[in-house]
Ligand binder design. Structure first.
Ligand code: M6R
Length: 615
């Protein structure tokens, strides 16, 4: 939530900053702002609305300089106004700061500063931080880079909460300062220029060499170098890593929206999630990142899977997968609940935290709580070097590449593939035979082509979407492996179209939901040819008997659904546990096309941010 970028170098900072900020728009887009050191002082521009509004403002009233910071906001403290947009200034107006996170004790700090005569212009917690650092800096005997770092260190010692910060001061030109605790911050190491950002995607046009700052670390950057120290004032070790993706991967290419681009990338991303991980000889999966021996894996008594939103839905499919293939009891739990629940779990419980961003606050807290209880934790993340990936005891990367559309699409199918691999590995260590393992590998191997085939249905799905786009309410129904897919389909429609969509196990219809059925309420049934197909068919009949329109997602070759449903979308066949990877695709496309038909902001739905780093 909130995106920050900082630049110091020889080029014009506003250009680099705004280009980076566009890449971070997925993190929040209520308002945006930019500040640069222009030789005379600090030049600042802020605007309410999207980054495009800020760009227009900067084009009309240009600013210059070789050092600067910028921010895109997802409001937490204070309404969406120009005053509350970042950057914020200290009392002297010589220090500007952008911040991602929440300063929990800001009211106490603000009251104390006001007693000293400080005057605040916004309602934000961030402005308090700016005043605090500015006050400490003004107390320093000399106004040097070291003094600015020291002032920030002292100020952060008084703060309770989370932060990713970028900061500039007009008394220390050519210097950019950053700090992190609980909100991601990455250093981009360029030639004659260095950057700071919430996400490496903001910097790939400049460099792919990055350093992931750790919690309680501070960084001081100038055009030619950087130093990292800890909050205690010690030097900190660091590792320069290479970002896997390029600028091309973070651009929309010829697609009108990132969401559509990312949906269409899934044949490749499904392949990438299993690349190098299938071992034919042993008919199993190889997942070195788990950092567990076969003996340890065999001892796993119970699995808990946690996450939020789409990641949680993936975990629910994972629950069915692991229980079916490995016969280990699994519980899938909202991370926001797990963190406060005191689940009585056996010692040998394995906890999987699923998160595309690897930064979701609730998922991270659930992971830490599980570690506190002595459970081994494993991360299933997409963002390399993210907090969850680093803090878990081991894990599996999805390798889906950057996902920029706020609606998660390709990360979901990658999460499913990774969990299928985990289920295969655990199953092969217990009761799955060599030939059963081999069959699963063969089926996994066929998936990328089947995904590509399912995506060929795009035009037909666009037609169906136009037919139902005006619905006020939509229902999604599925059973077993495809009940979580109903949840995911409903979430996609809600978040991109703002249609009230709800999901239910098909058989629950009769217990209340059926009262909603009428001619204007479409029901989407996910009914592939699986063990519960006939049951689903009866549930569809119940809706049709009450004149409810039905869209059915089925399996190629099916000739039953056409007799009962109004619209039928058939995806390639697969074993039951892999069907979700195919049935979800039409639902993603359906949500996309409905949103387009309604003229919604598909990639940046209202009120949402891609990465939810606050509780
Ligand atoms: O980065 P994460 O996977 O941890 O994010 C979890 C949810 O915030 C995310 O899946 C959200 O529900 C998506 N917008 C859904 O499309």
């Amino acid at each position: 939530m909130c995106g920050i970028v900082g630049y110091v170098g020889r080029a014009e900072a506003p250009r680099a900053l705004l280009q980076g900020l566009r890449r971070l728009e997925y993190r929040g887009y209520d308002s945006a702002g930019i500040a640069t050191l222009n030789g005379a002082g600090i030049a600042v521009r802020k605007s309410v609305g999207r980054i495009a509004d800020l760009e227009r403002l900067v084009a009309e009233k240009p600013i210059h300089g070789h050092t600067g910071i910028c921010h895109t906001r997802w409001a937490t403290h204070g309404a969406v106004t120009q005053e509350n947009a970042h950057p914020h200034f200290d009392q002297s107006g010589r220090l500007a700061i952008v911040h991602n996170g929440v300063i929990e004790n800001y009211l106490d700090l603000r009251a104390a500063l006001e007693e000293e005569g400080h005057v605040f212009r916004s309602q934000t917690d961030t402005e308090v931080l700016a005043h605090l650092v500015g006050r400490e800096f003004d107390r320093q005997p000399a106004h040097t880079k070291g003094a600015l770092v020291e002032a920030l260190r002292t100020a952060l010692g008084q703060v309770i909460g989370t932060y990713g910060i970028a900061m500039i001061h007009q008394d220390v030109p050519g210097v950019l300062i950053g700090a992190r605790r609980g909100s991601p911050l990455v250093l981009g190491i360029g030639k004659g220029e260095n950057l700071l950002a919430s996400d490496a995607a903001a910097m790939v046009s400049h460099t792919r060499d990055v350093v992931y700052l750790k919690d309680y670390e501070l960084a001081a950057l100038d055009a030619d170098g950087f130093q990292i120290t800890t909050l205690q004032g010690d030097g900190a070790g660091y590792e320069i890593s290479q970002v896997e993706y390029t600028e091309k991967d973070v651009s929309k290419g010829d697609y009108p929206h990132y969401m559509l681009k990312e949906i269409f990338e899934q044949s490749g991303t499904v392949r990438d999630a299993m690349r190098g991980r299938l071992v034919l000889d042993e008919a199993t999966a190889k997942l070195g990142g788990l950092e567990m021996s076969n003996a340890e894996l065999r001892d796993v008594e119970r699995v808990v899977i946690t996450g939020c939103g789409t990641a949680l839905h993936a975990g629910m499919v994972g629950e069915y997968m692991i229980e079916t293939l490995a016969h280990i009891p699994v519980e899938c739990e909202f991370a926001s609940e797990l963190r406060y629940r005191n689940l009585p779990l056996p010692k040998d419980t394995l906890v999987f935290a699923i998160s595309q961003s690897g930064e979701t606050a609730d998922t991270l807290a659930a992971l830490r709580e599980s570690q506190r209880k002595g459970h081994r934790t494993l991360g299933i993340c997409n963002n390399v070097g993210s907090t969850i990936a680093r803090e878990s005891d081991g894990g599996v990367y999805m390798h889906a590449g950057p996902e920029i559309g706020v609606a998660a699409t390709k990360s979901f199918t990658s999460q499913l593939v990774v969990q299928a691999l985990i289920a295969l590995l655990l199953g092969r260590l217990t009761h799955l035979s060599h030939s059963e393992g081999l069959n699963i590998i063969r089926e996994l191997d066929k998936l990328p082509d089947k995904v590509a085939k399912a995506l060929e249905l795009n035009d037909e799905i666009a037609r169906i979407a136009r037919k139902y786009a005006q619905a006020k309410v939509m229902l999604f129904m599925g059973r077993q492996f495809n009940y979580p897919i109903a949840l995911e389909g409903a979430l996609k429609v809600k978040e991109t179209s703002y249609i009230a969509a709800s999901a239910h196990p098909s058989a629950e219809l009769k217990h209340g939901v059926i009262a909603l059925i009428d001619e204007a309420t479409p029901s989407v049934f996910i009914a592939p040819r699986d063990a519960v197909f006939e049951k689903n068919l009866s549930n569809i009949e119940e809706v049709k008997a009450r004149k409810g329109p039905v869209i059915a997602i089925g399996t190629e070759g099916d000739d039953h659904l056409g007799h009962v449903a109004d619209d039928v979308i058939l995806v390639p066949e697969a074993p039951d546990f892999l069907t979700p990877i195919l049935t979800v695709l039409p639902l993603q496309l359906l949500a996309y096309h409905i949103a387009v038909e309604l003229g919604r902001d598909v990639d940046k739905p209202r009120n949402l941010a891609k990465s939810v780093t606050v509780e």
